[in-house]
Design a protein around this ligand. Structure first.
Ligand SMILES: [Zn+2]
Length: 269
């Protein structure tokens, strides 16, 4: 499932493509992917300019001229492609937003959705989200006070969206590896240095992954070389059996609270 770096990459690239452009037509192939009747959706969205694209946690928010917002969550398996019809990947498209002869295709939306909401409804929807870990205001002190009463394990705490926004299965493992802590360590049993390290690793890993365009396997548009470059940089995620970059031991895959978890038994403690 795309996490903060993937959605941040989509945001940056889509801003360059469609910010300020009107949506000229809309195709809805899967009504379950939206939250209102297709006619209502089209009436409110068609001919609206995209005024801004924002990311919150694992969501993208497309702000329309009329004040409405398209709230996107790709969930598991969802992705996007932008381009001309002849460039479209051979995949089933659930929703298509057109900008003249260029189209934004939403693919693999099974659990994912594109909901049309007022600004108040969006705020309500996102109200339980924890702080953004890359926000300038997310300081070490903020983090330390946030984990004060936490008794959960590192991985399960990091993926909890009410604790922090935007971290999922992949980056929780990457962060744990980078901080040299085992993903099943209890938060309240970390010493002061380890807490500081965990904070620094959260910031470092998410920043680096964003800079490298995240891990999505499909380019957003023809000629896009940014999306997915982090795949090659990955420390542990999906690297079972491969050598640990730090100590050379084999990366282990295990289940932790029914989530697949990758780590190094030798250099994470
Ligand atoms: Zn290692």
């Amino acid at each position: 499932m795309p996490e903060l770096p993937e959605m941040e990459t989509y945001k940056t690239l889509l801003n360059q493509k469609i910010d300020g452009h009107p949506i000229t037509s809309i195709l809805i192939n899967r009504e379950k992917s939206i939250n209102v009747k297709p006619d209502d959706f089209i009436n409110r969205v068609q001919n609206q300019e995209i005024k801004a694209i924002e990311r919150r946690a694992k969501h993208l928010l497309f702000h329309l001229e009329n004040g409405y917002v398209l709230l996107l969550h790709l969930m598991l398996g969802g992705l996007m492609f932008y381009g001309k019809e002849e460039e479209k990947p051979d995949r089933t498209v659930q929703i298509q937003l057109s900008f003249g002869d260029q189209h934004l295709y939403f693919i693999g939306l099974r659990l994912g959705y594109l909901h049309l909401l007022s600004q108040e409804e969006v705020e309500q929807e996102l109200t339980d989200l924890g702080p953004e870990p890359l926000d300038v205001n997310f300081s070490l002190d903020t983090f330390l006070s946030l984990i004060e009463d936490r008794r959960g394990r590192i991985k399960t705490t990091l993926v909890n969206q009410e604790f922090l926004s935007g971290i999922g299965n992949c980056y929780s493992d990457e962060i744990a590896w980078h901080s040299q802590l085992l993903p099943d360590r209890k938060m309240n049993e970390l010493n002061d240095n380890q807490k500081v390290q965990l904070y620094q690793s959260i910031r470092f890993v998410l920043q680096q992954a964003t800079q490298y365009g995240g891990y999505m396997s499909m380019a957003l548009f023809k000629g896009d070389t940014k999306t997915g470059s982090y795949n090659k940089k990955m420390y542990v995620y999906d690297r079972e059996g491969e050598e640990c970059q730090r100590c050379g031991a084999a990366i282990i895959k295990e289940e932790l609270s029914s989530r697949k978890t990758f780590y190094c038994k030798e250099c994470q403690t």
